[in-house]
Structure formats: C-alpha cells, structure tokens
Ligand binder design. Structure first.
Ligand SMILES: [Zn+2]
Length: 117
C-alpha cells in the first residue's frame, strides 16, 4: 500500500474515531437523564431501550477499539497485515473495512470459531 492511500485511510479512521467518541459520550449522558425520569409506566419501555442501547454501545465500543488498533498499526507500520497469517490483507477488503485485522480467509475461520464457542 502506498503512503498516499495509507495517509487517506488514517484520516478516515481518525474522523470515524471522533464520531464514535461523540456518540459514546452522548450515550452515557442520555443514560443519566433516563434514570431521573422515574415514571413506573415507562419502566418496561425504558429497560428494553436500555438493553437496545447497551448492545448498540457494545458495537460502537468494539468498532472504536478496532479503529484505535488500526491506527496503532499504521503508526508501527504493520497496517494491512493479517494478525493471524501475516499475509497482506487485500486492498479491496481494506477499502471496505479499513479497520480489518484479518484477511478474508482468517476472518471466516475466526468467525466460525466464535460461533462454536
Ligand atoms: Zn490471514
């Protein structure tokens, strides 16, 4: 991967990182205001909203972590290398998933393993 496109990826990741930071901050602020309403009629709704939000927050947090990792890899020059087989990840895949840690083959194997456990 050339330096130019790597720089572009880095900018995109930094931008996405900022977006996620804002979202995650907002989520934690909203949580506090929810606790203060205290209307019993809203509790069922509020608790399902809560679980929805926490699963959303998990997804966002996971993405945030992957972006931080990808930025670290850019910094130490290992970006675009599969963490499992040390082979370069295809540029097409990186274009779609700039924070991909594995090549397609290893990712599929990894996901299969996750489902089994
Ligand atoms: Zn691999």
């Amino acid at each position: 991967m050339s330096d130019v496109s790597l720089e572009k990826v880095k900018q995109e990741l930094l931008e996405r990182k900022r977006e996620l930071e804002e979202k995650l901050n907002k989520i934690s602020t909203e949580k506090v205001s929810d606790d203060q309403t205290g209307d019993p009629g809203d509790q069922a709704l509020s608790s399902s909203m809560e679980s929805l939000r926490s699963s959303f927050q998990n997804t966002e947090t996971e993405e945030y972590k992957r972006i931080v990792k990808a930025l670290e890899k850019i910094a130490d020059g290992t970006y675009g290398i599969c963490t499992d087989c040390d082979q370069p990840i295809s540029p097409k895949r990186l274009e779609m998933y700039p924070n991909a840690e594995r090549c397609l083959t290893c990712q599929e194997a990894y996901e299969e393993q996750q489902q089994l456990s």
